[in-house]
Design a protein around this ligand. Structure first.
Ligand code: ATP
Ligand code: MG
Length: 359
């Protein structure tokens, strides 16, 4: 998979931009707040229909503009595609592939696969479960449209059930409708639990070898799925939790409370790992993501590295750069110094200054 070019109109701090990428390694460098991350965000958006930061569409439209356009030309298995995205202030986004409008945004998924790596990702092991779930969800939503469908429904049901739990304080007879939500919650939630367990298995096949190398043959890393509730107990746990849910006005049982643990030598490094261990495991996780896309989507993803190299020591930097191989990569950084001592090949360099870019 190769992104040939990216055109932006009224996106973030870009009035107009037309970038032609190399098939190899591309570097975007510039001072802080010039627009480097914004370019990666636009690419991520073209792949996943969402911002990597979770920004709303209207916040990505340039200040004082009404709408924004993003056009990406890509080549996948030797076929070229044009992806047009149209962000609007008060309406959902419009997306077209080769001029054909998509019925829903989710239909875009699977065309362009990207792996986005930012310094925050290095905290994924030591931070809270919500971030680990977010990682898994973002990955699975890109790779599995059924998962996306089930997750969207599940999240909607949790929200509606929580709203009902709040409304019940004023209107207790609403309790009768709770059972309807519960059976839907179990039905969609079970599919999520099943897929997340499978994901942990797929991840383990890959991460073990990567982490072993990355830790200098010292550590063996295993990812464990920790579901909040097992499928077979879901219904009964939910019933048992009803009184508590009503009291707390929220749904206390279900995969929206899942976690994943990372274990080396029987030690849960979420809690007991050193900072270095946690960061190495996080890097292993991101590198596994690349291999997972290759395996599941049967295509090389485009790798987006947002300011991440400066966060790594030279050993890990080298490992990361060496494992990129023949994947198209777009790297942002504030200076070019960090590449001087690296022997890897840079194919194109762009300088980013206040929403303009020169090659
Ligand atoms: N909707 C918007 N309209 C116009 N400008 C925006 C909008 N959203 C963000 N910006 C501006 O875009 C600028 C560049 O942001 P970006 O995150 O791309 O910088 P960066 O080059 O990655 O900087 P850093 O090196 O600090 O990460 C910011 O100064 C921000 O104020
Ligand atoms: Mg940035």
């Amino acid at each position: 998979m190769i992104i040939k070019s990216l055109e932006l109109m009224n996106f973030r701090n870009y009035d107009f931009l037309d970038l032609k990428f190399s098939e190899g390694t591309n570097i975007l460098y510039g001072d802080n707040a010039q627009g480097k991350t914004n370019v990666l965000e636009a690419i991520y958006l073209s792949a996943t229909t969402k911002s990597h930061k979770g920004s709303k569409d209207k916040d990505m439209i340039s200040f004082d503009q009404e709408e924004s356009h993003i056009r990406t030309y890509l080549v996948k298995e030797e076929i070229g595609y044009k992806v047009d995205m149209h962000l609007r202030k008060n309406k959902s986004k419009g997306i077209a592939v080769d001029g054909q409008k998509l019925k829903k945004a989710a239909d875009l998924l699977g065309l362009l696969n990207v792996v986005f790596f930012s310094p925050e990702d290095l905290g994924i092991i030591k931070n809270g479960p919500a971030e680990r779930r977010r990682f898994v969800d973002m990955e699975l939503c890109q790779l599995d449209s059924f998962y996306l469908y089930n997750l969207n429904h599940y999240n909607k049901i949790v929200n509606q059930r929580n709203k009902l739990l709040k409304d019940m304080h004023f209107n207790p007879q609403l309790k009768d409708t709770l059972n309807i939500w519960d059976s839907q919650l179990v039905s969609f939630g079970s599919k999520i639990i099943e897929r997340r367990r499978m994901f942990a298995g797929q991840l383990n096949e890959i991460i073990y070898g990567i982490h072993k190398k990355l830790s200098g043959d010292k550590e063996e890393l295993i990812v464990k799925y920790e579901p909040d509730v097992e499928i077979e107990d879901f219904e009964i746990s939910l019933k048992r939790s009803q009184e508590r849910d009503i009291k707390l006005k929220q749904t206390c049982v279900g995969p929206h409370r899942d976690d994943f643990s990372f274990v080396t030598g029987n030690i849960d490094i979420r809690k007991f790992g050193s900072q270095g261990q946690q960061r190495t495991a996080a890097l292993s996780l991101k590198l596994s993501e690349i291999e997972l896309v290759k395996k599941i989507a049967k295509d090389t993803p485009v790798l987006l590295l947002d300011d991440v190299l400066s966060e790594l020591d030279s050993n890990r930097q080298n490992y990361l750069l060496n494992s990129i191989g023949d994947i198209q990569t777009i790297i942002t950084c504030t200076g070019l110094d960090e590449f001087v001592n690296n022997r890897f090949e840079i194919n194109k360099v762009f300088n980013v200054v206040e929403g303009t870019i020169q090659s």
